[in-house]
Design a protein around this ligand. Structure first.
Ligand code: B4P
Length: 190
């Protein structure tokens, strides 16, 4: 199986690039952000809980996120592989993902980390706010908080995969096509 983690700060292009990679490699796309947003739209209990964190730019608690991800993975019959987009975001999530894949007789193939500097991230999210209707994109203070949470809780996840020799940094600045080519090159080199 080909199991890819697409990693990076909010606005780095994870969602945008995932759409292209799933098509090319026939992978299952699991975006925890998208799943939470679908639950918010459907007004489920999970959605109500997730919204109370997301609207403030905080992470949804690990236990809730891990259980949700596990059930989404286990739903798939005979997958060719997965793209994990926006997961793991903490070391506890990374450990849980390793255990889950291990139980399935597989593992993470590569972590592709999109590297984009902070001012560019803020610009992209501000632009997206005009069309997304996302509360967490609309307020500069919330964007600031998302980046702060990323630096404190999510960035250290890089070390977890670097320790396994699976981390590859990708320049996330440039056209969407250029960045897709860089990602494809890294996947071909696995
Ligand atoms: P996500 O949905 O993952 O939010 P995100 O990080 O902002 O999305 P993404 O970063 O994928 O957007 P993209 O780069 O594609 O999470 C939202 C919230 O959910 C979190 O804050 C948290 O509260 C919660 N959550 C999710 N997962 C969780 C977890 N595992 N644990 C706990 N909580 C969790 O796009 C950004 C914009 O840039 C787009 O408008 C795009 O058009 C533009 N763009 C992309 N590539 C570009 C390029 N090359 N040049 C210019 N613009 C570009």
């Amino acid at each position: 199986m080909l199991n890819i983690i697409l990693f990076g700060p909010p606005g780095a292009g994870k969602g945008t690039q995932s759409e292209r990679l799933i098509e090319k490699y026939g992978l299952v796309h699991l975006s925890t952000g998208d799943i939470f947003r679908a639950n918010i739209k459907g007004e489920t209990e999970l959605g109500k809980l997730a919204k109370s964190y997301m609207d403030k730019g905080q992470l949804v608690p690990d236990e809730v996120t891990i259980n949700m991800l596990r059930s989404e993975v286990e739903k798939q019959a005979d997958p060719k592989g997965f793209i994990f987009d926006g997961f793991p975001r903490t070391n506890a999530q990374a450990k849980a993902l390793d255990e889950l894949l291990n139980d399935m007789g597989t593992e993470i193939s590569i972590m592709l980390a999109l590297e984009v500097e902070e001012n560019e991230l803020k610009e992209r999210l501000k632009k997206r706010a005009e069309v997304s209707g996302r509360v967490d994109d609309a307020d500069p203070a919330i964007i600031e908080n998302r980046i702060k949470v990323y630096d404190a809780e999510t960035a250290p996840v890089k070390d977890f995969y670097q320790g396994q020799g699976k981390y590859v940094g990708i320049d996330g600045i440039g056209s969407i096509d250029e960045i897709t080519s860089r990602l494809n090159e890294a996947i071909m080199a696995i």
